[in-house]
Design a protein around this ligand. Structure first.
Ligand code: AR6
Length: 185
């Protein structure tokens, strides 16, 4: 099951799938500050996209140093369908008093701003920070959806797609989307 809603000029899609197979212009990677790859989504993207992605990540780190939490960088999509990968670093959940909410919001915003700056019109997000980084799912989902909604009302894209790996995550997203008014605010 997928949910599609048009908000202003932007199509918002909530769907289940593998982020590495998306045909949006950019896909987002839930990376860590080293930008050197890892498990979860990060591992899957580097495996599917091939070595060109890591080569660019290495250059970026050599020039600018590690990527701070909440920030994002852009590389080629290598062998992926997506032309670009936007790598962001979400916060680790440390109990809720370490600015986690603001940092997660900032991670989504950094990706959207980088996309706009590159003229990217369609982007797919995984559920940043909700795997290895253990951010509570419902809380992360509210932040993901509300941050994107707010952004596209000001600066529309053609499509923002949320790609959830599990059934459970998909239902959390759909429930939360409905609780937020399904974009009709
Ligand atoms: N497509 C879509 N979603 C996926 C995929 C996939 N192919 N694979 C996993 N997920 P995580 P984080 C979901 O752990 O919490 C890495 O090692 C997964 O089910 O990938 O931000 C990095 O290098 C979960 O819902 O990212 C960092 O060290 C979501 O993606 C650290 O993990 C995010 O889980 C980042 O942790």
């Amino acid at each position: 099951m997928a949910v599609e809603t048009v908000v202003g000029n932007t199509k918002i899609v909530i769907t289940q799938g593998d982020i590495t197979r998306q045909d949006t212009e950019a896909i987002v990677n839930a990376a860590n500050s080293s930008l050197m790859g890892g498990g979860g989504v990060d591992g899957a993207i580097h495996r599917a996209g091939g070595p060109a992605i890591l080569e660019e990540c290495k250059k970026i780190v050599a020039e600018k140093g590690p990527c701070p939490t909440g920030q994002a960088v852009i590389t080629t999509g290598g062998n992926l369908k997506a032309r670009y990968v936007i790598h962001t670093v979400g916060p680790r959940w440390l109990g809720g008093n370490a600015d986690e909410d603001a940092l997660l919001r900032q991670a989504y915003l950094s990706c959207l701003e980088l996309a706009s700056a590159h003229g990217i019109k369609s982007i797919a997000f995984p559920a940043i920070s909700t795997g290895a980084y253990r951010f509570p799912k419902e809380r992360a989902t509210r932040i993901a959806l509300s941050t994107v909604l707010e952004y596209v009302k000001e600066k529309p894209l053609d499509e923002v797609r949320f790609v959830l790996f599990s059934d459970e995550d998909l239902s959390v997203y759909i429930r939360t989307w409905e609780a937020l008014g399904g974009g009709k605010t």
